[in-house]
Design a protein. Structure first.
Length: 253
């Protein structure tokens, strides 16, 4: 009986081991691409618990979560012949698990390489000022280009963000000088506009005073009062307009 019991135990252990290999559990964000004798099954498995026929079936796990992948700094020559280094980050996810395994050997590596080449190609067609100012527009253009190239792989690129633009030292100094010149120009324009507005107000005041002589005399007396209040320790000599004394100088008949 002992050899028979041993054989039964071995069979039970083999069956248990086979069942362990056949039972698969996938999380909610995972799918299993099944190959049966090398042929792809129509639909991926998961999530949850399911069975495969081991060793006839082979399963490849695929994550459907969004992947944030850093694009290494790339040497880019802009349209106006400025050499810069640009790095970015790309956000993408697998939309078709079967295509991501069958159509490309390593979709993570392939997407990264596609992002690098697209970054150099797209940014090489714009000038430096456009790269620095219209970054949001370039992000959308990069997203569209990379998404179109990775669509046959079952990959959806949701966003591309340019992180940092590394400029040469001489270009940084030139931009700083340009910004300083722009600030000086604005200050001069603002000063000129202030002078123009002040001249307009003075011209308007002179016109009003010329039409109403009494207003000029009232302004004169107001100025005298301000001088007296501001400087009480000194003596101020000022002329008196003859028009103020003319009523007293007239001879009575």
């Amino acid at each position: 009986m002992e050899p028979f019991a041993t054989a039964v135990l071995v069979v039970v252990m083999v069956i248990f081991f086979w069942l362990v290999q056949c039972i698969k559990i996938l999380r909610e964000y995972e799918r299993g691409v099944i190959f049966r004798l090398g042929r792809l099954l129509a639909q991926p498995k998961g999530p949850g618990l399911f069975l495969i026929i081991w060793p006839i079936d082979r399963m490849v796990r695929v994550s459907l979560r969004i992947v944030a992948q850093d694009v290494p700094p790339q040497d880019v020559i802009t349209k106006d012949n400025v050499s810069i280094k640009v790095n970015a980050v790309i956000y993408f996810r697998v939309m078709d698990a079967n295509k991501s395994i069958v159509e490309v050997e390593d979709y993570l590596f392939a997407t990264s390489q596609m992002a690098q080449t697209s970054l150099r190609s797209v940014l090489g067609q714009v000038e430096l000022d456009e790269l620095l100012i219209q970054r949001e527009k370039l992000n959308q253009q990069l997203q569209s280009v990379i998404d179109r190239q990775t669509d046959p792989w079952g990959i959806k690129v949701s966003a591309v963000e340019i992180k940092h633009v590394d400029l040469p030292d001489e270009m940084r100094r030139a931009i700083a000088r340009q910004a300083e010149a722009e600030r000086i120009r604005r200050a001069k324009v603002i000063g000129a506009e202030a002078e123009f507005q002040a001249a307009q107000k003075l011209t308007e005041a002179a016109r009003i005073m010329s039409e109403h002589p009494m207003s000029l005399q009232m302004r004169y007396l107001q100025t005298l009062a301000e001088i007296a209040q501001n400087d009480k320790s000194s003596t101020t000599i000022f002329p008196i307009p003859i028009d103020l004394l003319s009523p007293f100088l007239e001879k009575k008949p």
